[in-house]
Design a protein around this ligand. Structure first.
Ligand code: ADP
Ligand code: MG
Length: 697
C-alpha cells in the first residue's frame, strides 16, 4: 500500500484549488492525470518581468516589439469593441498613454478588472500601433496592493491547445505547494559530492528558475530529480533481476565434446569476443538459476555460432534447444547454416515454420516430443500450443526486439526451468541498455571477424542519379550483385510499396530479367524465391523496401544504393549497410539524398561515412535523436523517462545502476531507514509494481 505521506500527490489534478473538471482535462493532457505529474512537468522557459519602464519611455528603439514590460498605471477610459474592432482600455502613468487590447472578452469582465480611475500593475508584451504602445491581452493585471503576487521571473510551461499559461502555472504552483518533506533516499556522500539539494527543495527550485541556466538538465535541482527518476527505474529492474536469479533453474554443464567437433569444422578461429560470450553463457547455464541473457552484437559479428555453441551445451547435457527467428526467410537461413555447422557433430537440426504442414509438421512435432530432434529452428510456429518438447533446456530468440515480451518468454515456457538467450543486432549504448534492459545479463560481441573490409560509403545528391545509374550498370556488367533500397515513406507501407514497384519497373526496363523485387507485403514463399534468385540465380539487382534490414546473408552482394537516405534513421542505415561487405570483395554503399540536407541528416550521413562501429553509431544516434527512437520505445512500451535525459544524464545512469545493485546486496528487503525511503521513491515514480518482488523474496 502506498504510504499515506504521498496521498496528496497522488490525488487527481482536479483536487487542486481552481482546477475544475474542464481545466483538469486540459492540465491532464499537458502533464498527466495526477498532482505528482505536475511536479514532473518542468518549465521550458522563463519570462523576466523585472523591467518596469515609465510608459513615456516605451519606444521601439529601446523596447522593441515583444519586450516584456511591467508598468504601473491608472485606468482612463474604456472603448468597447464593435464589429471586428477589439475592446480597448486606455491607461496612463503621467509620462504617456498605453492601450490594452482585448479580443472576444466581455466588457463587464473588463470593467471589473480595470475600473476607470483605479491604479493597476500591468505586465505583458509591448507592441506598437501607429506609434502608440499597446499590449494585447496582458499576461497580468493586478491591483497595486497585490503587485507583490506577481513573480518577477516566471516559469513558462509546455502547454496543450486551449490551456492558458496562467492556468498551468497556477496548477503546478499548487502541486509544488502540496509536496511534503520526504526522508532522504540518496546516499549523503553522493548528494554532497554533486551538491544536490534535498528533494523538496529540488522540486521547488526546478519550478522557480531564475536564469536560463536553471533550465539546463545539468542544473543541480534538475539533475537531482533526474537521478531520482533513474534510480527508481534502476531499483525496479534490479528487484526484478534479483527475484529472477533466485528462481530455480537447472545446472547445465556441457561436456564440450560436441562443441569441440563443430568448432573444428568452422574453418575459422572464434574471435576473442565470441569466446568470451560463449564462456559467459556457459557459466550462466551451469549455475542453478535461470539464465536470462542478452547477446548483443552488430550485424556480421557472428552471433549464430555463439548461439550454436550455447545450444550444444544443452544437447551435451542430454536436453534440447530451440531457436526462434522473426521471419520465415531468417528461420530458413539459420536452419541452412546451422545444419552445415552442426554436421561434424552429427547433431540433427529441425525446422518448423508456418510452411511446414501436414505430415512434415506432424513428424517434426513427434520428433521434438520424443527428443529425437535435439535442436529446432523456427518462426512463431514454434510457439503454437501443440508444439511440445521432451526436455527443452535453452530457448534462443534471434532479433529479440521483433518479439513482444510474452513471446520472448513463451518458448522457454515449453521447457522445464529453461534458460533464455536473447540476441540483438541493434547495438544499444550502454546507458540506454541499463534503462531498458537493466534486468538482463549481457554479453557483447564488440569485434567483427577478421578480414572484413570496411564498406566504402558515399553520400551522393539525387541530381547525380544518372551518373550513379551508369556506374551501377558498369558494375553489373562486371558481375556485381546490387541491393537497391527504396525510400521509406513515413507511416505508410502502401506508399513505400508504390515507390519500390515504380523503381522496380524502371530498372527492369533497363536490365530486363536481371532485376528482382522484395517487399514486406509479399508472401514469405515469394520473398524466399526472390532472395534465392538474387543469392544464386539470374537476378543481379534486388529492389527492396526495408525488409532486407534483418539478417539476410548474401555474401556476393557488394553494392548497395539507398534512395532518399536522409529519410532513414542512423541505426537503420547502419543495419542496411551491414547487408554488404560480408564477403572478401570490396563493397560500396551509395547514400542518395535529396538536397538540401538538414543539419541532423547531414551529421548522420557524415557519421556513417566515418565509422562502421555499430556501438559508436548507436551512441551518436542517441545523441542526435534521443533514446526513445533508438530503441523504438514508443512502440515497445518501455518506460519513458520524464525528467532524465539519456544524452545529458548518461553518467547518472551508470551511477544509479551500481547504486541500485549495491542497495539490494546490502538490504535486499529494503528494511533499513534508507530502504524505507527508497520504497517511497519507487511509489513516487510509479515503480511500485516492483515492491511485490520484495515480499515474494
Ligand atoms: P550476425 O551476428 O549478424 O548474426 P552471423 O552469425 O550471420 O552474424 O555471422 C556472419 C558471418 O561471419 C557468417 O558467414 C559466419 O559464418 C561468419 N563468422 C562468424 N564468426 C566468424 C569468425 N570468428 N571468423 C570468421 N568468420 C566468422
Ligand atoms: Mg544473425
Amino acid at each position: 500500500m502506498r504510504p499515506a505521506i504521498l496521498d496528496r500527490l497522488f490525488a487527481p489534478v482536479a483536487a487542486l484549488a481552481g482546477i475544475g473538471p474542464q481545466l483538469a482535462r486540459l492540465v491532464e493532457r499537458a502533464a498527466g492525470p495526477l498532482v505528482v505529474d505536475l511536479l514532473w512537468h518542468l518549465p521550458s522557459g522563463i519570462v523576466d518581468r523585472r523591467a518596469t519602464p515609465r510608459i513615456g519611455a516605451l519606444h521601439p528603439r529601446d523596447w522593441p516589439d515583444g519586450s516584456v514590460v511591467t508598468v504601473t498605471a491608472t485606468v482612463e477610459r474604456h472603448q468597447p469593441g464593435a464589429g471586428r474592432r477589439p475592446y480597448r482600455v486606455f491607461v496612463s502613468d503621467g509620462s504617456g498613454g498605453l492601450m490594452l487590447v482585448y479580443f472576444n472578452v466581455k466588457g463587464d469582465q473588463l470593467q471589473r478588472l480595470l475600473p476607470v480611475g483605479a491604479e493597476r500593475v500591468i505586465s505583458g508584451r509591448v507592441e506598437y500601433y501607429d506609434g502608440m504602445p499597446q499590449i494585447v491581452h496582458p499576461d497580468h493585471v493586478v491591483a497595486a496592493e497585490a503587485a507583490e503576487k506577481l513573480r518577477a521571473i516566471e516559469p513558462v510551461y509546455p502547454l496543450t491547445a486551449g490551456l492558458s499559461p496562467r492556468v498551468i502555472a497556477r496548477a503546478v504552483a499548487a502541486a509544488v505547494e502540496r509536496a511534503p518533506e520526504l526522508p532522504e533516499w540518496l546516499q549523503p556522500e553522493l548528494r554532497e559530492r554533486r551538491r544536490w539539494p534535498a528533494w523538496r527543495e529540488a522540486v521547488s527550485a526546478a519550478h522557480n528558475p531564475q536564469t536560463a541556466a536553471d533550465l539546463a538538465p545539468e542544473s543541480r535541482p534538475r539533475e537531482r530529480l533526474a537521478y531520482d527518476e533513474i534510480l527508481a527505474s534502476q531499483l525496479a529492474v534490479a528487484l526484478v533481476r534479483a527475484t529472477r536469479r533466485r528462481r530455480r533453474g537447472r545446472a547445465l554443464a556441457g561436456s564440450g565434446a560436441l562443441q569441440a567437433r563443430v568448432e573444428a569444422g568452422f574453418g575459422f578461429q572464434l574471435t576473442t569476443s565470441q569466446r568470451q560470450a560463449i564462456a559467459e553463457i556457459a557459466a550462466d547455464m551451469q549455475t542453478p538459476h535461470r539464465m536470462m541473457r542478452l547477446l548483443q552484437g552488430d550485424v556480421g559479428s557472428g552471433k549464430t555460432v555463439v548461439a550454436l555453441c550455447a545450444m550444444l551445451i544443452a544437447v551435451e547435457s542430454g536436453a534440447q534447444a530451440a531457436l526462434l527467428a522473426p521471419t520465415e526467410v531468417l528461420a530458413r537461413q539459420h536452419h541452412h547454416v546451422l545444419q552445415r555447422l552442426a554436421k561434424p557433430a552429427g547433431v540433427e537440426i529441425g525446422l518448423l515454420t508456418g510452411r511446414e504442414k501436414g505430415r512434415a509438421r506432424e513428424s517434426m512435432l513427434a520428433s521434438l516430443a520424443s527428443g529425437l530432434t535435439p535442436v529446432v529452428v523456427g518462426t512463431h510456429a514454434l510457439l503454437q500450443q501443440d508444439v511440445e518438447f521432451r526436455d527443452l533446456a535453452l530457448a534462443v530468440i534471434d532479433e529479440q526486439h521483433r518479439f513482444g515480451v510474452e513471446q520472448r518468454l513463451a518458448l522457454a515456457a515449453k521447457g522445464r526451468d529453461a534458460d533464455t538467450l536473447l540476441m540483438s543486432a541493434t547495438p544499444i549504448p550502454r546507458t540506454l541498455m541499463l534503462t531498458a534492459y537493466g534486468d538482463l545479463d549481457v554479453s557483447r560481441l564488440t569485434e567483427k571477424p577478421p578480414g572484413r573490409r570496411p564498406v566504402d560509403t558515399r553520400a551522393v545528391p539525387l541530381d547525380r542519379f544518372d551518373e550513379v545509374a551508369r556506374g551501377i550498370a558498369r558494375a553489373l556488367k562486371a558481375g556485381a550483385k546490387v541491393f537497391w533500397v527504396c525510400p521509406m515513406v513515413e507511416e505508410s507501407e502502401n506508399a513505400d510499396l508504390a515507390a519500390a514497384e515504380a523503381r522496380f519497373k524502371a530498372l527492369s526496363e533497363l536490365l530486363p530479367g536481371r532485376v528482382g523485387l522484395v517487399h514486406g507485403r509479399m508472401r514469405s514463399a515469394d520473398k524466399d524465391r526472390a532472395m534465392a534468385e538474387f543469392a544464386d540465380g539470374p537476378v543481379a539487382l534486388l529492389v527492396a523496401t526495408t525488409v532486407i534490414e534483418v539478417g539476410i546473408d548474401v555474401p556476393a552482394a557488394t553494392i548497395m544504393v539507398v534512395e532518399h537516405a536522409e529519410r532513414f534513421g542512423l541505426a537503420q542505415l547502419h543495419q542496411l549497410r551491414g547487408r554488404i561487405g560480408r564477403g572478401d570483395q570490396p563493397s560500396t554503399c551509395l547514400l542518395l539524398y535529396q538536397p538540401p540536407l538538414g543539419e541532423i541528416a547531414r551529421q548522420r550521413l557524415a557519421i556513417l561515412r566515418e565509422t562502421d562501429d555499430g556501438f559508436r553509431i548507436a551512441e551518436e544516434d542517441l545523441r542526435l535523436r534521443g533514446g526513445g527512437e533508438v530503441l523504438g520505445t514508443r512502440q515497445s512500451g518501455l518506460p519513458q523517462l520524464r525528467l532524465a535525459d539519456l544524452a545529458s544524464h548518461a553518467t547518472l545512469i551508470t551511477v544509479a545502476h551500481d547504486d541500485a545493485r549495491l542497495v539490494l546486496d546490502r538490504d535486499p528487503a529494503l528494511a533499513t531507514p534508507r530502504g524505507e525511503a527508497l520504497r517511497l521513491l519507487l511509489y513516487l515514480f510509479r515503480r511500485d509494481e516492483a515492491i511485490q518482488y520484495l515480499r515474494a523474496g
